[in-house]
Design a protein around this ligand. Structure first.
Ligand code: PGA
Length: 250
């Protein structure tokens, strides 16, 4: 449906020197990629990553940003700052930010607004907890997260939003959603976007799956009709595995 995008979420891993080394390893392996390739690195590694991706088509993402442009917010980084240093993307609303660092649907919405205003492209993460899936409210949870995060986002701005469906129970657990489960929820997100905008607009949005996607299961997940890519954690730290996933996205 949307353009295929494979993004690595390195989380709190790698020093600047290690970032350079890993990107140098990834670069030749993904040079013939037919999808967009992004690496999401820690703030302190952004400069090294931007330098290392030169001469390739790999994009660089930060893993969060604050909603204010500047001010008394010790320890925070603004979307403007990211844009100024040449970063193109930012991952927002990741479940680890929501679970461990107090991010809510409302703060995610504010971050999305700031990122779009700064000219960044957003990888917006949504996904249910295991208890919610077991209660049968996955659809409601994911639709609500999507609707709130997209509150105030125009149809034009939506072209700078990638949505990553990441069931929380599948992240870092080795327990991947089945291809059917992934596709079902990605389709539901597309339906939600159809309701907010239009069918034509929704078809163009890239909707990724994330959660224990790896070199072995990527092809099946990526072959689903509503899965347009992946947000990859653990497997993105191994260049050959990441490259295998990139190659599967066509
Ligand atoms: P995982 O992480 O691939 O290690 O499960 C995915 C993510 O959190 O984006």
């Amino acid at each position: 449906m949307g353009k295929y995008v494979i993004a690595g979420n390195w989380k709190m891993n790698k020093t600047p020197a290690e970032t350079t080394a890993l990107i140098e390893e990834i670069k030749p392996l993904v040079k013939d990629a037919t999808c967009d390739v992004i690496v999401g690195v820690p703030f302190v590694d952004l400069a090294a990553a931007l330098e290392a991706v030169k001469g390739s088509k790999i994009g660089v993402a930060a893993q969060n940003c604050h909603w204010e442009k500047s001010g008394a917010y010790t320890g925070e980084i603004s979307a403007e700052m990211l844009k100024a240093m040449g970063v193109g993307y930012v991952i927002l609303g990741h479940s680890e930010r929501r679970t461990y660092f107090g991010d809510t649907d409302v703060t995610v919405q504010k971050r999305v607004r700031a990122a779009l205003d700064a000219g960044l492209t957003v990888i917006l993460c949504v996904g249910e907890y295991l208890e919610q899936r077991e209660q049968g409210i996955t659809g409601e949870v994911v639709a609500m997260q999507t609707k709130i995060a997209l509150g105030g986002v125009s149809k034009e701005e939506l072209s700078r939003i990638i949505i990553a469906y990441e069931p929380v129970w599948a992240i870092g657990t080795g327990r991947t959603a089945t291809a059917e489960q992934a596709n079902e929820v990605c389709a539901l997100i597309r339906k939600t976007i159809t309701g907010l905008y239009s069918c034509q607009t929704a078809k163009k949005v890239t909707i990724q799956y994330g959660g224990s996607m790896n070199a072995a299961n990527a092809a099946e997940l990526l072959a689903q009709s509503d899965v347009d890519g992946g947000l990859i954690g653990g497997a993105s730290l191994k260049a050959p595995d990441f490259a295998t996933i990139v190659a599967a996205a066509k």
